[in-house]
Design a protein around this ligand. Structure first.
Ligand code: FAD
Length: 474
């Protein structure tokens, strides 16, 4: 067994851990990163990237099909078909490139990647075992960055078998396209995958326990998505709780109860369970390290510098709480590496952007009107429809009925939040978050010349609308 000692030991090479390791190595710290699966973590291997690859392929398929009857003067003669195994190969190829890219970046920056599972003996030492349980390394370190991420929550009465009851991981590896799928949980992961599978021709039923799907958004933001789902015959059953599954032959019978407690059931090819994710707090020696969890006992508890209760031990990313997003994990990873190297840093962003890649896409940055008012702010709000933006029309992005909405403080016009819904709006999130992080006033954006013809002009116009004088909207 190899003996290794280092200044920084990072556990988990997801977007939190690998960024932390790269930054620590860039800062001249002797850095080791341990990863039991593949470098890239949930995000690159079985999350953000593979899901967006499949979403893109589904969009292309839908678009090609729309040309079968002739559209825009473009006509596809003959059939448009899907070869799922080729689609999955194409997706895997992207994942593979990114995995190798991360490994190359770690190496190129001087961080050593040890492939295996870390298990801590105490706060500063761990053993690493390979997938067969053989001990391959013993590591002692001055500092630890825990970035073990999260995994899909399993419903105890319908455990994943990845054949009939599948997780998001299984949904990203479907070698054959099922005819009919039930999606349990109308959160962002279920809806993104549900929209993509619908575009690929799968019949979708969404079962959601709450009153609304995508319930973290207000009704106005949700509406274009709800309209798309309805128009595309996605069955959405809200206020319904999944109760159990029974495998019958090659199919699965799913039962659920509705708001009145009445039991219903239907037959599907697969049931995709997307009821949330839980942090990986078990199996790597949290007790041996003496690390405390938060008051709900769910996430590792940290302060604003991502320090745990134990000296020299930091935790980042999905392991420490919401929002469980890759860019939050990376920002924390970078910050912790800089803190260890002696810089004064604090995790205190004005906002963390959140995007849902459904059809249409939804972006939120900062506070919406209700949230701002709950904070005691008096606000002004302006909304600009994508249908009034020339570029949106050329991209057919207006078809999903989207808009951009700006919330600003009434007294001094500081922008407090921006929300957008519509096709392609994800790419506008950079402009939105920059505006918030820079503390922009409405007048700053109003006085910025936005290039024509781009959809960014609708952000400019939404700001003008908030000021009461949009040019292309009454
Ligand atoms: P992870 O990425 O989960 O990485 C943790 C790593 O630690 C894993 O590789 C794991 O193998 C390793 N590990 C765990 N324990 C040990 C141990 N003991 N020893 C060694 N290694 C260990 N986020 C977005 O921002 N945008 C999106 O569009 C988006 N889409 C998503 C789509 C899906 C389908 C899913 C499932 C997630 C999506 N996410 C998205 C969420 C995103 O993937 C996570 O927020 C992000 O990966 C968290 O990064 P992390 O570094 O904290 O942990």
């Amino acid at each position: 067994m190899e003996q290794i000692s280092c200044q920084v030991l990072v556990v988990g090479a997801g977007p939190g851990g690998y960024v932390a390791a790269i930054r620590a190595a860039q800062l001249g710290l002797d850095t080791v990163i341990v990863e039991g699966d593949k470098a890239g973590g949930t995000c690159l291997i079985r999350g953000c990237i593979p899901s967006k690859a499949i979403i893109h392929a589904a969009e292309k398929f839908e678009s090609l099909k729309s040309h079968q009857e002739g559209h825009m003067g473009l006509k596809v003669d003959g059939s448009v078909s899907i070869e799922m195994s080729d689609l999955i190969d194409w997706k895997n190829n992207i994942v593979e490139k990114l995995n190798k890219g991360v490994e190359g970046l770690l190496k190129g920056n001087g961080a050593r990647l040890v492939k295996g599972w870390a298990h801590f003996l105490d706060g500063k030492t761990c053993n690493v075992t390979d997938s067969n349980g053989n001990k391959i390394a013993h590591i002692s370190t001055e500092n630890v960055i825990l970035a073990t991420g999260s995994e899909p929550i399993e419903l105890p009465f319908m455990p994943y078998d990845e054949k009939y009851v599948i997780s998001s991981t299984g949904a990203l590896d479907l070698e054959e396209l099922p005819e009919k799928i039930a999606v349990i949980g109308g959160g962002y992961i279920g809806l993104e995958l549900g929209c993509a599978l619908r575009k690929l021709g799968v019949e979708i039923t969404v079962i959601e326990g709450l009153e609304n799907i995508a319930s973290i958004f207000d009704g106005e933001l949700r509406r274009p998505l709800e309209r798309w789902l309805k128009k595309n015959s996605v069955k959405v059953l809200t206020n319904c709780m999944a109760k159990g599954v029974e495998i019958i032959g090659n199919e699965v019978k799913l039962s659920w109860t509705n708001v009145d407690g009445e039991e219903n059931s239907d037959i599907f090819d697969k049931v995709l369970v997307t009821v949330g994710r839980k942090p990986n707090t078990q199996g790597w020696g949290i007790e041996e390290m003496g690390i405390k969890l938060d008051k709900d006992g769910r996430f590792v508890s940290v302060d604003s510098q991502c320090r745990t209760n134990m000296r020299g031990i930091y935790a980042i990313g999905d392991l420490i709480g919401e929002p469980m997003l890759a860019h939050k994990a990376s920002a924390q990873g970078e910050m912790v590496a800089e803190i260890i190297s002696g810089e004064k840093r604090d995790f205190n962003p004005v906002a963390i952007p959140a995007i849902v890649f459904t059809e249409p896409e939804i972006v939120t940055v900062g506070m919406d009107q209700l949230e701002a008012e709950a904070e005691g702010e008096e606000v002004i709000v302006g909304k600009f429809p994508l249908a009034a933006n020339g570029r949106a029309l050329t991209l057919e992005a207006e078809k999903t009925g989207g808009f951009i909405r700006v919330v600003a403080r009434k007294s001094d016009h500081v922008i407090l939040g921006i929300q957008a819904v519509g096709s392609h709006v994800a790419e506008l999130s950079g402009a939105f978050i920059l505006a918030l992080e820079m503390g922009s006033l409405l007048e700053d954006i109003a006085g910025t010349i936005h290039a024509h013809p781009t959809m960014t002009e609708s952000f400019h116009e939404a700001v003008l609308k908030t000021l009461g004088h949009a040019i292309h909207s009454l």
